[in-house]
Every structure is written in structure tokens, then in C-alpha cells.
Design a protein around this ligand. Sequence first.
Ligand code: TXA
Ligand code: MG
Length: 352
Amino acid sequence: MNTIHWSVEKNVDNLDRYPQIVEAAQYLSDDQVVAFPTETVYGLGANAYSDKAVAQIFAAKGRPADNPLIVHIAEYQQLEKLVIEVSEQAKLLIKAFWPGPLTLIFPRKPGILSELVTAGLDTVAIRMPSHPIALALIRTSGLPIAAPSANRSGKPSPTTAQHVEQDLSGKIAGIVDGGAAGVGLESTVLDCTGQKPVILRPGDITKEEMEVVLSNKMSLASNVLGKSESPRAPGMKYKHYSPNAPLYLVDGESTWIQSLIKEKREQGVKVGVLASTETKIAYDADLVLDCGSRKNLAAVARQLYDNLRKFDQTGVDLIFAEVFPKSGVGVAIMNRLEKAAGHHWIFQKDQS
Ligand code: TXA
Ligand code: MG
């Protein structure tokens, strides 16, 4: 399949009538799959009503069929058609954070969406993205759009159209290239169908921000806390975001990290390091990537997946990743890094 590349400038007026958007939306209406930028990462979109369209998402990504998809909408009215009920808590969160990087789980109306989208669950995950291109594309297609991240299953989510091409070129109808995505990590996923809201996946909208809106404490799902292997978001059980080389989280001073690097390199191992701007000069390794300043975790989030992909391209044998503070978006950064590491840590205090 020849994958069409549509370049779109996100700040132009009247994106809904932009010829590239109109053409890409037509492909979606014709049950083809199209990748597009959102304010988190690039998504791989398909008509959420159509089995034929949604099946192509799973085929192109190599995604397990039991992992449900997020449905993307552009208008509040679309939500009412798809769900049985919008709880008071959900209404408050929608008012505060939509459009934006927050996915909410709702009880779904049966018989409306393709069953492939929800993978047999009686709930559906829905979000309204804030990226102007995503909104224009959804509005113009007139459809709810099922869209996982536009990577091959198991790879880091794509934050640029080039990442999508690396993974899916020839397997999908087209890519709308709107430049770099925003946040760089996937949306926060929140289940507020029960008494107490539970964060199934941390993201840019933080626990603290949502607690302010709900005046209610919420909890992190046990898998997010690293305590359980049976997560409530089915996707969280799969090994994700993995670079080809094994990745270890190293918790200690940079002089100690450098001693680990030296030891490995003396054994002939090619070592990559994911460092911060503040500490990168401390390392002598085969590839040292600067993921941004510890004082600007938003920048670290934006660059994380691109850096994980760079390690693959350079072909290092082993990656040491520094630990970032678990505050604000740092919770999401560390959640993704822990998954990339398969929860492998090395602590300085264990070795001294
Ligand atoms: O930022 C994002 O959310 C991106 C962009 C493209 O919107 N999308 C994304 O989709 O990250 P995906 O498929 O890579 O991740 C969706 C997550 C998975 O962990 C999945 O298991 C969970 O949401 N999920 C989907 N439907 C669910 C449901 N009904 N109940 C619980 N978890 C659900
Ligand atoms: Mg994904």
C-alpha cells in the first residue's frame, strides 16, 4: 500500500476546509486508517462504527485484540450518542479538561460502536483532543474516531510523523503531518465509573489537578503503583515502549552511574545513557542523550520517546536511564520509563 503524506500547517484558519484535511477525512469515511497528530502523541484513526475500519488498526499495529481503543470526538453531542451515562464527576472533569489530554471511561451504549473498539468490555474510553488538526479531521469526517497511538505494538508512541513512517509506512492509507505532537506522552486515563475515581494511566493531567476539580481524593491503579500484574486498563499489561536494548533505571549519583558505564564498556558492551541536561557531562559512553532539564519535566516528556527511538537507531547493547522526580508530569515520565525498563532498577545504596 502506498501511504499518502499530507502536510498540514496547524495554525491556518478554517482547517476544516483545508484540502488535505478534507481528503484525509474522506479516507476515514471510506473505512481506511489514517494517522494524525494530537496534543499528546500521533494517533492511528479509523471509523469507530466500522468493524472493517477498526480491524485495520489492529492489523497495522500488530495489536492484541483484547486491548481496547480510545474513541476520539470533537463535540460534546457525540458523547451522548455513545454512552449510557455521564456521571457528575465526569461532567466536572470534562468542563475542566476537555478538549485536552484526559481520557475518561464510560458505560457504553450497546450496539453502536464496533465491538472491536471495546474488546468485549461494557465500557468505552473517550477523549476530546485539543490539537486543531485532530479536531478538524474528526469534525470533517463526522465520525467518532477510534485511535490508539500510531506505533507498531510494543514500540514507543510516535511524537512526529517520521516516527509513524518508521513503524507503519506501507501499512496504512495515510499520515497527516502536523509537526511534532505536544505533550509527548499519552493521555491520562481515568475510570470514574465507580465510587472512587481511579487513574489507570498517568499523563499530563495530573492526580493533583483532578483532585482540585473533584474536591475528592483519587487513587492510582495498583499496576501504576507497580503492585499488580492485572491492570484495569487492558493495555497496561503489555510490555510497552521498549527500546531494542535492555534498559535499566539507575538511581544514584552520576559519578556512581559513570562507574557502572565504565565497567560495562570495559567488557566490550556498547552503552547508551538517557541523561538530564544537568548531568550529561558526567558521562563517557557510546551514546549520551540529553532528555531535558530536571527543572522542566514538560520538556523531558516531549523528548522521551524520540530519545528511546534514537537508542534503537544507534544500536547500543545496554541503556542506563536516570531517574526523574515523580512530581507533576514526572509521574507519567517514570511510569513510561519503568515499563521501558521492564521494572529493572539498579540502586546505588544496594551496591555501596
Ligand atoms: O494520548 C492518547 O491517549 C493517545 C492519542 C492517540 O489519543 N492514544 C493512546 O491510545 O494512547 P492507546 O491505545 O495507545 O492506549 C489506550 C489505553 C490502553 O492502555 C487501553 O487498554 C486503555 O486505554 N483503554 C481503552 N479502553 C478502555 C476501557 N474501556 N477500560 C479501561 N481501559 C481502556
Ligand atoms: Mg499505545
